[in-house]
Write a protein that binds this ligand. Structure first.
Ligand code: NAD
Ligand code: 3PG
Length: 382
């Protein structure tokens, strides 16, 4: 494994690489890329890059279809930073309820006041707030982060409404039974004192918190966004903050528009910036890359199907990234037979318009035999 790092990747994780595995200084010398939030949309990858691992959850910075067309497998690290985000969302709930920032700023501004202990007792009424116990929170998106936030809010004595039309069975089993589940977004937000957003940024979710949805919310609602700024229609949000219908917007995403809005608390994308989350994500990303490069296995890819073929069972392992079209497997098996080899293992999986096939053969076979076959994108022999 020769990984090129597009962002700072946890040193703890990189230090676990041994022998031929390590990082390289140029993309031309690499077989893979480790990335966090660096923008890759305009990046054309050289042919030597076989895989990209996003040490984190969101892959909206990576052109997934474009890379799939080149046979570049893109991975992410589901859940590896979820606890870090959950903890920051809990902090955001408290920041939206108690004026901790205003109070702290007041103390700093009055640092030279010899009688500050006494003055503070008079000033504190300006920073009074409300409690979260007994309040209602709508959790939009019940994935790795949403589930942790929903369950933690139940433990804090809140009422929780969860919205996720695509809730997986595994996550449903983790959800506290006190969470009221709905598949209707407007229904989810209408009783909420807080709305927290935990869905991925995709074409289908862009601007989902729009004027219509905001209008369904109670006056004085606080919106927390630790997912992505593009999920919220910011003109509608700005107007609602201005009118006082939304009393607070706490977000992890600064942009030129949102920084001009009133009643906001804006953080510089700190959700996953804990030592633990950075290590967890990088360890998982490196493990995914190594298993793919060494064995051709695919775990947690966002543009290719999963493949669990274990280790090579024979003289050659041929891995083929290809289009999901009828008849291709017949062509592959014919190539192997024509080469005078037997197939020990044949596994094939598809995901949308792309597919991935692994063939273990008892005699060595060459990659070039498969190149040029209909639908074939990239062939490797391990
Ligand atoms: N602030 C940060 O540093 C930080 C850190 C990690 C993740 N994130 C963001 O949070 C997002 C969620 O992360 P995760 O780890 O929970 O991901 P996840 O994939 O585990 O969960 C996403 C959930 O959203 C649901 N979903 C998809 N489309 C939806 C829709 N239209 N309506 C409602 N639900 C929908 C899915 O069913 C899934 O349950 C990431 O995509 C990323 O953008 C931010
Ligand atoms: O999607 C994610 O995992 C987060 O937004 C974290 O991004 P980062 O790795 O750049 O901090």
């Amino acid at each position: 494994m020769k990984a090129f790092c597009l962002n700072n990747i946890s040193k703890v994780a990189l230090d676990t690489l041994k022998g031929a595995d390590g990082t390289v200084d140029t993309i031309e010398a690499a077989d893979s890329i480790l990335v966090r939030s660096a923008e890759m949309k305009e990046m054309d990858l050289p042919e030597n890059i076989l895989a990209v691992a996003r040490a984190g959850a969101g892959v909206n910075n990576i052109p997934l279809a474009k890379y799939a067309e080149k046979g570049v497998v893109v991975f992410n690290t589901p859940g590896a930073n979820a606890n870090a985000v959950k903890e920051l969302v809990l902090a955001a709930l408290l920041l939206a309820s108690r004026d901790l920032i205003g109070g702290n700023e007041w103390v700093k501004a009055n640092a030279n006041d010899e009688a500050i202990a006494k003055t503070a007792e008079k000033a504190k009424k300006n920073f009074a707030g409300t409690e979260i116990f007994g309040k209602t929170i709508a959790v939009v998106g019940l994935g790795a982060i949403g589930i942790l936030v929903a369950n933690a809010c139940i433990d804090l004595g809140m009422k929780v409404v969860g919205f996720d039309p695509y809730l997986s069975t595994a996550n449903a089993l983790k959800l506290n039974s006190k969470v009221k589940y709905t598949t209707d977004l407007k229904d989810a937000v209408k009783t909420a004192d807080f709305v927290t957003i935990h869905v991925p940024a995709m074409d289908s979710t862009k601007g989902m918190i729009n004027e219509e949805v905001i209008n369904e919310m109670k006056k004085n609602v606080a919106i927390l966004n630790f997912s992505r700024d593009t999920l919220v229609k910011e003109d509608a949000l700005g107007a609602a903050l201005e009118a006082g219908n939304v009393r607070k917007y706490v977000t992890d995403f600064a942009n030129p528009k949102v920084v001009t809005f009133k009643n906001t608390i804006i953080l510089p994308h700190l959700g996953a910036s804990t030592e633990e989350a950075e290590d967890n994500c990088a360890v998982m990303a490196i493990a995914e890359l190594k298993d793919f490069l060494e064995n051709g296995n695919i775990k947690n890819s966002v543009n290719y199907p999963a493949m669990a073929a274990g280790v090579k069972n024979g003289a050659s392992r041929v891995t083929i990234a290809h289009k999901n079209v009828p008849g291709v497997i017949n062509h592959f098996t014919k190539v192997v037979a024509d080469a005078g080899a037997n197939i020990n293992t044949l596994l094939s999986q598809s995901k949308g318009e792309f597919a991935y096939t692994v063939l273990d053969t008892d005699q060595p076979v060459e990659a070039k035999l498969f190149n040029g076959l209909e639908g074939v994108i990239r062939v490797r022999v391990i």
